[in-house]
Ligand binder design. Structure first.
Ligand SMILES: Cc1cc2nc3c(=O)[nH]c(=O)nc-3n(C[C@H](O)[C@H](O)[C@H](O)COP(=O)(O)OP(=O)(O)OC[C@H]3O[C@@H](n4cnc5c(N)ncnc54)[C@H](O)[C@@H]3O)c2cc1C
Length: 443
């Protein structure tokens, strides 16, 4: 049996980052990946002749983000699209009220101002919240401090609910009061007209990656580990597990002996959300020019409330809508036809019966995907941010967990996954590694 310095399980951005850095340091490393492709939750579909990012789309804030320098060093084009973090204003958005009338600019700004006012109060409420409070509890408390009528309160409340569904893939009552603390964007957001996968493919270049290898068990001791797939086994001095939190929660990989409580506890407490993306390519645009997004207020927006105009980055007349949390799980259980009919019904209530049928569509189902079992992690009600880092506590000097769910300051992101891979590599080598070494792509 081959013996490696390090076996990395999972070829998403965390996995290829750690393998890349250890390889550069002279280690003998392989990456073992269940799928027939590299990238994990970065997945660019080009079947229609243009790029559709079915997993991650955005760099959420380019300032101070390690991805910014990497993308530049790799010569990958990006395009500004600052709306992905569910902002109420800052960029042109067509907001529709509960009876499907377009909000005029004054009314739209009044609503956005309401959100900013409550946000300030909310930060204070969160700072003094107790461990048993959910984000729903603190949002309700911040809103109760205003002497507003029900309608006004409702519009802000639903904004918080939807923001949580997008940012966490979970219902507002199911996440901790502190769950959105890290949700601050520094600088513009950008997307990748040529596909996000360019980044992960560049990081993976030259690595020994064994595709179609589903890891079933990891047998470890202080002297090393054996990694078993259905057909083969690998031995290594170190093992880095980067599979998504959903896969760990489901017990799809057996650890022998079991993971200690410092790691198993956080795996249980952190939540794995579901966020469904639906792309609709239309024969022509029927919505306004020069807007970033269309938003629907009120009960009509319960499942579909935001449509991002991604036409510029796709080069097609294309809208991206989404549904997260319990609604997202319901959507995943529907057929594509039912999903498209449901989205079109919502659009027709705004734009009328002349909305054309889409010529193409994409519906993601990351919750049902056996190698993801969810879209991204969040601080569930009862968990803390420290649980993210706790998950990555080194075990027996041999076993390391990495991946977006293990990074407390920016979970649920590509940059969080990248930094978690960097941390695992540093821990294995026992010395700091300059992250900019990643910029030298092997050809
Ligand atoms: C719909 C969606 C939208 C998103 N949008 C954004 C965004 O706009 N911006 C952003 O920054 N982030 C976004 N994210 C989050 C981002 O995609 C992830 O945080 C990041 O890609 C996770 O990387 P990772 O390496 O931790 O995990 P992954 O990319 O999931 O890699 C883990 C790998 O492990 C493999 N694996 C699983 N089980 C096994 C097994 N038993 N054996 C071997 N291999 C296995 C998987 O196949 C996978 O390749 C989004 C995610 C989703 C799903």
């Amino acid at each position: 049996m081959d013996v490696f310095d390090t076996v990395v399980v999972g070829a998403g951005v965390a996995g290829v980052t750690v393998a890349n850095l250890l390889g550069r340091a002279g280690q003998r490393v392989i990456v073992v990946e269940a799928r027939d492709r590299v990238g994990g939750r970065i997945w660019t579909d080009r079947s229609a002749g243009f790029c559709v990012d079915l997993g991650a789309s955005w760099i959420h804030g380019v300032d101070g983000n390690p991805l910014t320098d990497l993308v530049e060093a790799f010569g990958i084009d990006t395009m500004e699209f600052t709306v992905g973090a569910f902002q109420p204003d800052g960029r042109p958005i067509a907001n529709y009220d509960p009876s499907f009338s377009l909000l005029d600019p004054v009314a739209a700004q009044r609503w956005a101002d309401d959100i900013h006012i409550v946000d300030e109060q909310l930060q204070r409420v969160i700072a003094s919240s107790s461990a048993d409070q959910s984000y729903a509890d603190v949002a309700a408390q911040a809103l109760a401090a205003r002497n507003w009528d029900t309608e006004r309160v409702q519009r802000v409340w639903e904004f918080y609910r939807r923001r949580t569904e997008e940012q966490c893939g979970a219902h507002i009552s199911d996440v901790a009061a502190h769950a959105l603390d890290e949700d601050v964007i520094f600088g513009d957001e950008v997307v990748f007209p040529g596909g996000y996968d360019q980044l992960v493919l560049a990081l993976a270049r030259g690595l020994d990656i064994r595709l179609n290898h589903v890891v079933k068990s990891v047998v470890w001791s202080e002297s090393g580990a054996r990694i078993d797939t259905e057909t083969t086994s690998f031995e290594a001095r170190n093992v880095v597990i980067t599979v998504p939190l959903g896969v760990l929660k489901a017990g799809a990989i057996e650890f022998v002996p079991e993971l200690p409580d410092e790691v198993a506890g956080p795996i249980e407490r952190i939540g794995m959300g579901v966020f469904v993306k639906v792309f609709l390519q239309f024969p022509q645009r029927f919505w306004q020019d020069d807007i970033y997004a269309i938003r629907q207020q009120g009960p009509a927006g319960d499942t579909w409330n935001s449509w991002y105009d991604v036409s510029a980055s796709c080069g097609q007349s294309m809208l991206l809508t989404f549904s997260g949390g319990p609604r997202g799980r319901e959507v995943e259980a529907m057929s594509d036809e039912q999903v498209i009919d449901s989205v079109l019904d919502s659009l027709k209530r705004i734009y009328g019966e002349s909305v054309p049928d889409p010529v193409n569509h994409w519906v993601t189902r990351w919750g049902a995907d056996p190698y993801s079992l969810g879209s991204y992690s969040h601080v569930a009600h009862g968990a803390t941010h420290d649980d993210h880092d706790g998950m990555a506590t080194p075990v027996g000097g041999v076993l390391h967990l990495a991946g977006e769910a293990t990074w407390s300051t920016d979970p649920a992101t590509v940059n969080g996954a990248l930094l978690s891979g960097h941390r695992a590599a540093e821990r294995i080598l026992g010395e700091p590694i300059d992250l900019t070494t990643l910029q030298a792509v092997r050809s």
